[in-house]
Design a protein around this ligand. Sequence first.
Ligand code: MG
Length: 114
Amino acid sequence: MTGVSGEESVSLDLLRQKMRDFAKERGWEPYHTPRNLLLALVGEMGELSEIFQWKGEVERGLPNWKEEEKVHLGEELSDVLLYLIQLSDSCNIDLGQVALRKLQLNAVKYPVSK
Ligand SMILES: [Mg+2]
C-alpha cells in the first residue's frame, strides 16, 4: 500500500519494532515504564500544541504555513505517535487492533443515519 507521498505505507507494527530496537540498543528499556512514557507523551503533546498556539484558526492543509513550520509539525506529530505506540507496547496493548475495534464501536454509537 502507498501513502500520500507515494512511498510505501508504514505499519504500527513496524514502528513498534523500531522503537523496541531503538530503546534496547541504548539500554533505555528500564526507564520505559507506562507512567514515564505517559508523561513523555504529554510533554510532546505540549510541544505539538505550542506550534498552534496564538495562530488563531488554521485552514485544512496549512496553505499559509512555511515549509519549515510544516517540517517542525511533522516532527512533533511523530514524537506523539511514537510515544503513544511505546506506551501501548509497555502496557501489552496492540494499538492497531484496539484502534480498529474502537472504530467499530464508534460506528455503532454514531450511525450514519444520525
Ligand atoms: Mg518533540
